[in-house]
Design a protein around this ligand. Sequence first.
Ligand code: DX5
Ligand code: ZN
Length: 225
Amino acid sequence: MKSDNSVIISPSLLSSDFTRLGQELTDLEEAGLTWVHWDIMDGAFVPNITFGPPVVAACRKKSRLFFDVHLMIKDPDRYLEDFARAGADLLCVHAEACTHLERTVAEIARLGVKPAVSLNPHTPLNVLEYILPQLDMVLIMSVNPGFGGQKFIPFSMDKIRDLKEMIRKKNARTLIQVDGGVTPENTYELVSQGADVLVSGSAFFGYPPYRERLKVFEKAALGQA
Ligand code: DX5
Ligand code: ZN
């Protein structure tokens, strides 16, 4: 169990109003959010297609939020530099999409961006065993990536707990992020198992005003829902 149940909420822009992306970012910042989650999809690693580097770069000029960029794309090495230039603060690649994961992670760090790795629900934690100390964050996917609004896969809870233990044993400072089907209802258990950063799309943007919604998640994390 985590002794400190504080949490970072990273709202997923996938559920935001795309016609007002710049305004959404301003609203998030004014509401007290510090992170924002970009779901980059290529129509190959996942069925959907979303944003590319020019969209991220344009929004970077409007926002001081921490850009948490989740790359759901095949062979992400091809685009690391573009997303780094676009202003990503953190780049998260999928282990399943990288043939030489250690090299990819090292390249992200070389570009001056925080490296993170995401695991699909079926992917075991042990692929990260030796590179864990190089990672600023691990993203546990709690749905199969590609769409917002899916149901949380229950075994993800065990995976978070096991990852927390692995991080402790390695004496690493890696954050644990959880993405998919996160709601105020499962927030307390997620944070108690070790989650540090929660991504929320539909359960966040569907419930304005954002300042109030952030408070709902923060209180839920403390068990005060
Ligand atoms: C799914 C994306 C998620 C998604 C989460 O492929 O990686 O970030 O936006 O959406 P919700 O919170 O609605 O499950
Ligand atoms: Zn995501």
